[in-house]
Write a protein that binds this ligand. Structure first.
Ligand code: MN3
Length: 251
């Protein structure tokens, strides 16, 4: 894990003090880790990086009614998502990961870690992102550079939504649908199983996730039961495009 720590260090080196620089093992290692840092996947600024602790929900449990019900939000945040955060910290301690560094640094190299880290690191990251991408009474639309990019890659906003909804509805079993930016800046739609995500080196479609939709049954079953398609349809009504644009503009 030492090289990961070095990579994480380099990622934050703009903020590092001269005093901390002297702990680097050698100039050779410094140069080597600079080279590795460049090869990491596309990512956002430090401002939108993810820590290992849960950030408080930015709205009440009932705020997304009637599209996502209060009890689902309460259980989802306080039980399911809380468990991912607790478990990823356990895995981090066991695998000597510095939890003061962004979780993204682990996810970029997830194939080098345990299954526990993959499931819970992904689970924690995905949920922290999910809450921020939702908003009560959203009624927002993509604008500016993000809208231009969507139109370029999909032809229309409706076409993007159609393809995303299809990915969400057809993901077999538990998983997520994603809108992501690939390293060539092309906007893609993908879906992943379980708690995997596009940041991971094992992902089929790699890139920076703009938003994801949780299609595990725990995300919708109390209200929608087997009607995943209705849940997917209603998701568009509470999507926080302002935050999603902020993510797009940060890369
Ligand atoms: Mn979930």
């Amino acid at each position: 894990m030492k090289s990961n720590n070095r990579r994480a260090f380099i990622g934050n080196s703009a903020k590092a003090s001269v005093a901390t620089l002297i702990v680097l093992p050698s100039l050779g290692a410094f140069i080597e880790s600079c080279g590795t840092a460049k090869s990491t996947t596309i990512g956002g600024s430090n401002k939108i990086k993810t820590g290992f602790d849960q950030v408080p929900l930015p709205y009440g449990y009932n705020a997304l009614e009637p599209w996502i019900d209060t009890l689902t939000m309460d259980i989802h945040f306080n039980k399911h998502a809380a468990a991912y955060s607790k478990n990823v910290k356990e895995a981090a301690i066991a695998e000597k990961v510095d939890i003061t560094k962004p979780l993204e640094d682990v996810l970029y190299n997830i194939s080098k870690y345990s299954v526990k880290m993959r499931n819970n690191g992904g689970g924690h990251y995905n949920h922290e992102l999910f809450w921020k991408c939702l908003q009560p009474n959203a009624n927002t639309q993509p604008t500016g550079k993000l809208l231009t990019a969507i139109l370029k890659d999909f032809g229309s906003l409706d076409e993007m939504k159609k393809q995303f909804s299809e990915a969400a509805k057809t993901r077999f079993g538990s998983g997520w649908a994603w809108l992501l930016v690939a390293s060539d800046k092309k906007i893609l739609i993908s879906s992943t199983a379980n708690q995997d995500n596009p940041l991971m080196d094992i992902a089929e479609a790699k890139g920076f996730p703009l938003f994801g939709l949780d299609v595990w049954e725990h995300a919708y079953y109390l209200k929608y039961q087997n009607r995943r398609a209705d849940y997917v349809e209603n998701f568009w009504k509470i999507l926080n495009w302002n935050y999603i644009s902020e993510r797009f503009n940060s890369i």
